[in-house]
Structures are given as structure tokens and as C-alpha cells.
Design a protein around this ligand. Sequence first.
Ligand SMILES: Cc1ncc(COP(=O)(O)O)c(C=O)c1O
Length: 366
Amino acid sequence: MSPTPKPGILEISPYVPGRSSAPGAASVCKLSSNESPLGPSPHVSAALDEAKASLSLYPEGSARLLREAIGEFFNLDPARIVASGDGSDALLTMLANAHLRPGDEVIFSEHAFLVFKIATLANSAVPVMVPEQTTGSGIKVDVDKMLAALTPKTRMVYVANPNNPTGTFLTSAEMRRLHAGLPDDVLLVIDAAYSEYVTAKDYEAGMEMSSRYPNVAMTRTFSKLYGLAGLRIGWMHASAAVCDAINRIRGPFNTTLMQQLAGVAALKDRDHFWAAIRHNNQWLAWITAEIRSLGLQVDDSAANFVLIHFPKGKKSAAEADAFLMKHGVILRGVASYGLPDCLRMTVGTEAQNRLAVSLIQQFMAE
Ligand SMILES: Cc1ncc(COP(=O)(O)O)c(C=O)c1O
């Protein structure tokens, strides 16, 4: 007999990241992973230099300095923050590891972030994937259907807000209605990886909810707006009891000194923070309008990417993808999210945005 993984593990389709090379193309324009076109704050490289002097020493295990900086920036209690050195992905997984027993049910939406399913199956729990609704703003999480999927076996509900890959969001009122319909012992995990980008007045990232309700955890990341995807820094805010559970199972030194100091430096640079938001607002609107003017449907995105719908058959998403790849432009195919007729495009630099849009124009005109 050979060692056998737990039930569920072999049902997992391993996460496939956005592609980063376009074989044969002279140059590459990567718009497949929702990374920041502005890169990190210049303050980060000084912080990394500072960390170099202490590489032989273990870092402070709880990322205290980083948690304090996050607490100050967002007006949160640092004692109710847990940091992660493997992105917010690891926190989404640890929340599942800490709360799920075999056979428990976990609710998330049909086109939700793939890590939710992986974390569920890794704990021999049962993914309950709920259809989304088509609204005037695009494909969106359906609160009523999420609530209708509750059973006595439900232990967790994951919602990415805004959602990846649609970019649509639940309003504050909708998120609160979802929470109000959950029993107290069901954990609502709000994955707010793209929350910094959202400008809508009727949106909230979830901090007030994770401050007030013991059954709400909010996860965040430095990978998107702060331009630090390569450093893998994430954090979560939740009740003292949920944080206590995660602190018991996380690695003893789960953030490096480099990650801690880089995160602190990134938060200090408010100019960079606002520049990234301004850039995104400008180009998100431009890309959306340009692509819609070609007759293609684009969901209303509140994040740093757009979901583009292509026709079935002629001018399909697969054909568009092949055409763009030939010219070195890499978007994200989202068939694994149940959206085979769509491509997701990240907001890039001005030059990248203009290149990608002009190639999509050419593709549609051919
Ligand atoms: C919705 C969502 N949540 C979480 C993450 C993961 O972020 P991190 O880099 O912090 O692991 C991503 C990254 O693509 C995402 O799209």
C-alpha cells in the first residue's frame, strides 16, 4: 500500500497562474495576473536593503511592525490582524484548515476565485458552487441564491469582493444582507484583494463587519495596488477568536523580515498609493469604453481588470487569445472559472493598454 492523500485532494485541479511568456513574439506585454503597472513604491527598495543586514536572524514571528502599520493605516486593532508571507491565498487556505471538518459544506459563487475550491477540497469538505446572476452591470454574485444554498452542514461562505474574474462587486447593503442571513457559527470570509481600487460609494471592504461580527474575516493583499506580488504579503482582520485559531496553525515565522519592512514602507508612501488609484480609474474607464465600442460586452469592473465577453464561434475568445499571443499580448483565459467565452485583461501601463486595445480592434476588424 502506498501513502494516500485525504479525500478531496485528488479532485483538486492545481491552480494555474496567468501565463507570462508568448513563444515566438518579439516582446511580451503581460496583462494576465492583475499586477500593478506602476510597480511598488520606491521606498520599498530601501526597506529591502535594510532587511539585508539581518538575514542571518529569524524575523519577529508575528509581523508586529507590519500589523501595527496596517492597524494605523486602516484604523484597526493590530491584535486582530494576522499577516501571511504566502499572500492572502495562504490565509484563505488557513481559514479553511482551521474551521472545516470532512463533509462540511462551503458556499461560494460559480465564477469565484479558484483558491476557495482548492482550500475546501484540501480539507475533505464539499464545495457548494452557487450560480451567479446576469445584471445590467455584468455577471454578479447572487445573495439570494447563496442564502438558499445554506444547509445545517454549511460551515463557511467565501465571497471575493470585488470578484475575480468578473470585477463586479456586492454593495455594502448586499454584503450585509448576506451576513444577516447566516447562522452565527458560519464563517463569512470576505476576500477584499481588490478593495483599494473600488471608488463606488455603496461599497465597503468589510473592515467594519470584521470588527463587529465574530463570524466575519476579511483578507487583504499587498500584491495588487501596492505592486508587491513578487513579495507575497497578505493579511487578514477578524475576531480575536478567529485570529487565535490561525495563529495556532500558521508557520512560526510565516513572514520574512523583508516582507515585514517592505509592507511598512509601502503603506507609508501615500503618494504612490493615490497615484496607483488614479492610474487605474483613468485606464479602467478608457479600456472599458474602447472595448465596448467594438460591440463586445465588458462587465462593469470595480477592480484593476476587465472581463471581456467574445462571441461563440467566429471571433471567439480562443481565437482572440491566439491572435493576441502571436503579438506578444497575454491576457487571461478564464475557462477554468467557468467562463470559456471570456478573456480577462489587467489594466496595464498606458502603452500596454493602447497596444492591447488596438490589437483587439484589429482582431475584430479582420
Ligand atoms: C480574488 C483574489 N483573492 C486573492 C488573491 C491572491 O492574492 P495574494 O497574492 O495575496 O495571494 C487574488 C490574486 O489573484 C485574487 O484575485
